[in-house]
Design a protein. Structure first.
Length: 326
């Protein structure tokens, strides 16, 4: 699945290869998720595979639960080489590597399978190359699901259903613009505050993926979940570019293969976790609705896209490529 991206990473980055490691390299890796989470299990498997495939010449000690700092801090540590590896969402990488920010455009992907088709093609190559230039080389892509709208009042089927609704979003101009163009009132706030805000009516709704909606208990105070899938933002196993470049070709291949195998595991685990979370909230009485036609939502995003292109004109071809990928 990752062959095209693997080849592109080697070709897109100006590699200065040396003759391999002289002794064992002991790497450190960052992950924000807790024990048992699909990413945590998969990153631990990546560490095991890394040792196996390099005959112990490279070992990886994983630090989970954000114990080495926040995600923005960890991104910078990997970029600067203070950490070798991180499991990151591409959202916080967007301000650093412009190519990565395209995945945060609302409705840029049709669904999760479409996202992976893009990442395994020319679009993914461009995103990866831009990230590598900023010190973050993606070795493999993880699934983070799709974010959809939920609220305590009614199903959302058309943009008209969002008009006047106060919706919590992450603090990003793309996301606040999305709600505003749908006629709602965007309400950025810390994620930890959302449950109480929903319960007390400070906000009418929010948006997130199945596991987050279920594990936070948001379904208890917002019982309508509408499958808009407006944001589909992948995660990556990213390595410091210089660290990767300093490996021999054989070691690069082993490291990449280990990452890709762990990604296949993560995707399976994520699918299982999503199914469990969805069943749990449906059993609790949540009303789930498909949106038959997302076209009106997508068309409403035109001003958001144009504002984005005003400051990122060079990325218009990449966005168009993503949208036209089958």
């Amino acid at each position: 699945m990752f062959n095209k991206i693997t080849k592109s990473l080697v070709g897109a980055v100006a590699l200065t290869l040396i003759g391999g490691v002289a002794s064992a390299d002991n790497w450190r890796g960052w992950n924000i998720h807790v024990d048992g989470y699909p990413n945590t299990v998969a990153m631990d498997r990546f560490a095991e595979l890394l040792s196996e495939k390099t005959d112990g010449e490279i070992t990886l000690q994983m630090f989970h639960g954000g114990t080495l700092g926040s995600q923005p801090d960890a991104v910078e540590q990997v970029r600067l080489g203070g950490l070798e590896v991180g499991n990151f969402n591409l959202g916080p990488i967007g301000p650093i590597a412009a190519s990565a920010n395209v995945v945060s455009l609302p409705f840029v992907f049709k669904d999760v399978p479409h996202m992976f088709r893009v990442l395994d093609s020319e679009g993914g190559q461009a995103i990866a190359a831009g990230m590598a230039e900023k010190g973050l080389l993606p070795l493999a892509w993880y699934d983070a699901g799709a974010r959809s709208f939920y609220n305590g009042e009614k199903p959302i089927n058309t943009p008209a259903d969002v008009v006047g609704m106060k919706v919590r979003v992450m603090n990003n101009d793309l996301f606040t613009g999305m709600i505003a163009e749908l006629g709602g009132n965007p309400s950025p706030m810390a994620f930890a505050e959302v449950y109480q805000a929903l319960k007390t009516g400070v906000v009418d709704g929010a948006e997130n993926n199945w596991p987050s909606y279920e594990s936070t208990g948001h379904f208890e105070v917002a019982g309508y979940y509408s499958l808009s899938q407006h944001l589909i933002i992948p995660e990556c196993i990213c390595i410091n570019t210089d660290t990767f470049n300093a490996l021999s070709p054989e070691m690069q291949a082993a490291v990449t293969e280990a990452a890709q195998e762990s990604a296949l595991m993560q995707r399976d685990l994520w699918a299982e976790r999503e199914a469990v979370s969805r069943k749990a909230v449906e059993d609790a009485g949540v009303v789930v609705n498909e949106i038959a036609d997302k076209t009106p939502f997508q068309e409403a995003m035109a001003p958001v896209y144009e504002a984005y292109f005003e400051t990122n004109p060079d990325l218009r071809p990449l966005v168009e490529l993503i949208q036209t990928t089958d």
